[in-house]
Design a protein around this ligand. Structure first.
Ligand code: HEC
Ligand code: HEC
Ligand code: HEC
Ligand code: HEC
Ligand code: HEC
Length: 309
């Protein structure tokens, strides 16, 4: 079955190539997203509308539902996920158990990733389809029919997702995850042998997986300040967030590194360092810090916000 699916997919790809599709040139692969001014211009735009002409984005229409809206892959204005404390969350969060970071030199307890990491991991651990949402848009491919499925909160139902029809007419039934090799890495891999599009941007390193032992610890409690503690003290709090007030305006800004307290004390999570919408490097209209960082890590300034080293 798996092989059959790959053959069908290859046929679609070859058909698209025949329609004049052009991929990246070889060598140093750069993003076609400008990374300036909002998430729409970043790689977190799952509609890939920044790929011009649109036919180039259509190549992805077999890989994921093309909802034609940027926010909906993560948020919904109504009927959001009630199982997790995240803003109007529209994505499936299964009860995955992660292998957490561990090392003998650590001083702090590490728990399972909290909500502010599970959000990212709902794509980046490679177990959930990029398009697995609870409340699909009513405009577009599937007007008027059942676009909402509450069970999607905790488990992916591909039959439900397949009721969506992409406007390109390409059947999106693959509902790919970021994982390798049968997911997005089918094309977006330089490590995999026989990637269908070896020239497409490689996402190999973006697959964090569910083994977090080779990643900066998340779900790790921030140490209490005191003599001999080689960490900086936060300089502001906002509800359950403690933050380093980068510009000294006494407000929580996207560019402020932060810690989240979701019941186990203030902890480092993925969103401590990253803002999934992108943060301008030098004020409105400037290019975002790379890799969705809240601050530039030039001179290791990100690391030195917390660590005294
Ligand atoms: C059939 C092959 C194929 C599959 C499968 C595929 N892609 Fe792509 N993707 C491409 C090609 C080719 C490009 C480059 C298009 C261009 O440059 O115009 C691309 C470009 C992109 C880009 C823009 C990269 C950039 O920064 O310029 C993103 C983002 C993207 N794909 C996401 C995904 C995601 C997410 C998945 C899985 C859900 C996926 N793709 C699956 C072939 C594929
Ligand atoms: C790739 C997933 C993703 C997409 C797409 C996305 N967001 Fe978010 N958004 C998040 C996550 C994750 C958080 C929670 C961040 C945290 O943990 O602090 C968030 C938080 C927010 C918040 C509240 C806190 C904050 O950081 O400001 C708002 C408002 C928001 N998003 C609006 C939007 C809008 C509007 C769009 C579309 C233009 C959008 N988001 C697209 C992932 C996404
Ligand atoms: C809707 C699925 C989804 C969610 C949710 C999501 N990501 Fe991503 N992210 C992707 C995909 C797919 C890529 C790689 C392909 C691409 O470029 O779109 C990516 C790329 C990235 C990159 C690399 C960007 C670059 O230019 O190097 C970073 C960093 C990243 N994500 C961090 C995060 C963090 C942190 C969160 C949570 C706050 C998050 N992502 C949430 C899908 C997601
Ligand atoms: C302590 C800060 C910190 C935390 C916590 C963190 N990251 Fe990152 N992440 C970074 C930095 C710094 C980079 C940029 C590396 C570079 O320049 O290539 C990065 C890069 C990435 C990339 C791009 C691939 C790469 O290696 O360059 C992805 C995807 C990503 N992070 C996802 C996540 C996810 C998912 C989590 C939570 C499980 C997370 N990050 C937690 C600091 C952090
Ligand atoms: C938001 C605060 C924060 C930021 C930013 C941060 N860290 Fe950490 N880091 C921590 C905490 C807390 C621990 C757990 C320390 C412990 O248990 O002793 C940790 C652990 C580590 C460890 C593991 C220590 C061990 O004993 O195994 C390393 C290495 C590390 N960080 C490096 C970095 C680097 C490199 C960066 C920048 C890319 C960075 N950190 C950014 C808070 C942070």
């Amino acid at each position: 079955m798996k092989h059959l699916k790959l053959v069908t997919q290859s046929a679609v790809v070859i058909a698209l190539m025949a329609t004049g599709f052009t991929a990246y040139g070889g060598g140093d692969v750069v993003s076609k997203a400008s990374n300036i001014g909002g998430i729409i211009n970043t790689r977190h735009n799952m509609t890939q509308s920044f790929l011009i002409p649109p036919a180039n984005a259509n190549v992805m229409d077999m890989a994921r539902n093309q909802y034609g809206e940027v926010c909906v892959y993560c948020h919904t204005p109504h009927a959001a996920n009630t199982q997790i404390s995240l803003p109007l969350w529209n994505r499936t969060i299964p009860s995955t158990t992660y292998t957490t970071y561990n090392s003998s030199s650590m001083t702090q307890p590490v728990s399972q990733p909290g909500p502010n990491s599970l959000s990212c991991l709902s794509c980046h651990d490679g177990t959930v389809a990029i398009d697995s949402i609870i409340n699909m848009p009513t405009t577009g491919g599937n007007p008027g029919s059942a676009n909402y499925n509450q069970a999607q909160e905790t488990s992916q139902n591909s039959t439900f997702l397949s009721s969506w029809i992409n406007s390109s007419g390409i059947n999106p039934s693959a509902h790919m995850t970021l994982s390798s090799p049968a997911g997005c890495l089918l094309c977006h891999s330089t490590e995999g042998t026989g990637a269908l599009f070896p020239s497409a941007a490689s996402f190999d390193v973006f697959v964090i997986g569910s083994d977090l032992r080779n990643d900066h610890p998340v779900g790790v409690r921030y140490p209490a300040m005191g003599p001999g503690v080689d960490f900086n003290a936060t300089t502001g709090t906002h509800n359950n967030i403690a933050y380093f007030d980068g510009n000294g305006n006494s407000k929580l800004d996207p560019g402020d590194i932060r810690l989240y307290n979701t019941g186990q004390g203030f902890e480092v999570e993925c969103a401590s360092c990253h803002d999934p919408h992108g943060v301008p490097s030098n004020g409105v209209g400037t290019v975002n810090n790379k890799a969705f960082m809240r601050v530039s890590n030039s001179g290791s300034s990100l690391c030195l916000t917390c660590h005294v080293k």
